[in-house]
Design a protein around this ligand. Structure first.
Ligand code: SF4
Length: 471
């Protein structure tokens, strides 16, 4: 429930005068899913909006439909040509679906591609009108929705032709539905996106989230957010301050999202509002080349002690390959400035296993980390650097995960973090062991050189989510 996308959609739907929206989560225990608000079974709802932020949720969604007694395939639900309890219309959204809706296309009746604010109200209006006036059939309703509200993609009206792994052509049938379907993008909100519900049951129990903007002006090649949220937008300070005004006087922790834009002058006004309410601040990660005087002032006065920057690539060469656009000097400068602003825990996010990576790149990672340590070592109050690492996830080929657990002992399998995969820092040979230079190097020189340089890294564990980590 900490997911801001889900909160925004929940708020938008319940703001509609003719609709009530309830939340349903996949239960921990194997039991039919029921709504949080009224404990109604999932199958009771004629419309189900599916918020899919991560690819891992593809499977969870299908599992949830099956355990809720709903046919998972859209074609099977359409056989009775009804939109009713038991055969609901499934509407898919969330960033994983607008990066690529096709993996879920057999299951979802309609995708809203893009951001919810500009697209969802029009879609809801159309649905309410269809309910009130009646509609000849499920297919006709879907056809009407495919033609009109922007961003609506109904897979059954499109035929995909693949050549090998590549999508070669999309044919619309009938020909008058939009092709291609264009994603919808929010121009500028009156009130910036923010948390609507805080509950101790969730990851960010008492952390009020507010958006500074969407997208990123960088185009790091590995980063979906840098591409799908184009164009990059920064919300006006008035909209952000209005959002902060919704947090309630008792909420003292604020998380600001979208710090890629932090160098803007607008930040000064936001900082003023935040400091006036004596909030404790939290950030996802900071773009090293976007750290300016206003942000540093905000960090210093808010007493922030932990910050993260993401070189991502260990060497200058690798950072150019991934289009990171950050030089070593900028990283060193950013580290120094953050420490001088009062940060005592500095996290560095690196990705290991990037295409073209060599042992020289990993040697550079060690050298860079040591140079950062040297540069900030003279600054007051620095205890250590938290070293994050990647380990194999679930033993499957190609699955790396960011991990913030203490280093595994050599040969430890499964990894200390509890993943079933092989820790790249350990020297064992479990089934998930990565072949090639990375693992061999990490099990040897990196472990030897990096961990002793930062002894605290061996014993500290921090919660870092892969989705909010690198920036
Ligand atoms: S990784 Fe960070 S800096 Fe790069 S495009 Fe994504 S959000 Fe921007």
């Amino acid at each position: 429930m900490s997911n801001l996308c889900m909160q925004l959609v929940y708020g938008l739907v319940n703001a509609h005068p003719d609709i009530v929206c309830e939340r349903v989560f996949l239960p921990d225990a194997p039991s039919p899913p029921r709504s949080v608000e009224s404990s109604r079974p999932l199958a009771d709802f004629p419309i189900v909006l599916c918020a899919v932020s991560f690819e891992q949720d593809y499977v969870n969604l299908v599992r949830m439909l099956i355990s809720g007694g709903i046919a998972p395939f859209a074609a099977a639900r359409g056989e009775q040509d009804l939109v009713a309890a038991g055969t609901p219309l499934l509407i898919g959204g969330g960033v994983a679906t607008f990066i690529n809706p096709e993996p879920l296309a057999p299951y979802i009746d309609l995708f809203l591609l893009g951001e919810a604010e500009p697209g969802l109200p029009a879609l809801l209006d159309r649905l309410v009108r269809a309910w009130r006036d009646g509609f000849p059939s499920r297919r006709q309703l879907l056809l009407d929705l495919a033609r009109r509200p922007p961003g609506c993609y109904v897979p059954e009206f499109y035929e995909m032709r693949y050549e090998g792994d590549r999508l070669a052509a999309i044919t619309a049938r009938p020909a008058d539905v939009p092709n291609p379907v264009k994603k919808v993008t929010l121009a500028e909100p009156d009130v910036a996106g923010h948390s609507l519900l805080l509950t101790p049951e969730t990851e960010f129990a008492d952390l009020f989230l507010a958006e500074l903007g969407r997208g990123c002006s960088r185009g790091c090649r590995f980063c979906a957010a840098g591409f799908v949220y184009r164009p990059p937008r920064l919300w006006p300070s008035a909209a952000i301050i209005k959002a902060l005004g919704e947090k309630g006087a008792d909420t003292k922790r604020v998380g600001l999202l979208g710090m890629e834009m932090a160098k803007t002058d607008e930040l000064a006004k936001v900082a003023e509002a935040l400091l006036a309410s004596s909030c404790q601040l939290s950030f996802s990660s900071l773009r090293a080349d976007a750290i300016g005087p206003e942000l540093l002032k905000l960090l210093a006065t808010s007493g922030l002690k932990t910050a993260a920057i993401a070189p991502d690539g260990g060497s200058e060469r690798l950072r150019r390959v991934i289009n990171k656009g950050i030089t070593e000097e900028e990283l060193l400068w950013a580290a120094e400035e953050l420490v001088q602003a009062g940060v005592t825990n500095l996290k560095l996010y690196f990705m290991i296993g990037l295409p073209t990576e060599t042992e020289e790149d990993l040697a550079e990672l060690v050298a860079l980390t040591n140079r950062i340590k040297e540069r900030i070592g003279a600054a007051q109050g620095v205890d250590d650097i938290s070293v994050l690492r990647l380990c194999r996830g679930d033993g499957a080929e190609g699955q790396n995960k960011i991990c913030a657990q203490p280093l595994c002992r050599p040969g430890q399998y499964p990894s200390a973090c509890g993943q079933s995969g092989q820790c790249l820092f350990s020297g064992g040979a479990g089934p998930g062991r990565q072949k090639g230079g990375g693992a061999a190097f990490l099990s040897g020189r990196l472990r030897e050189k990096l961990a002793p340089a930062f002894p605290a890294a061996r014993g500290r564990a921090r919660g870092v989510h892969p989705a909010t980590g690198p920036a």
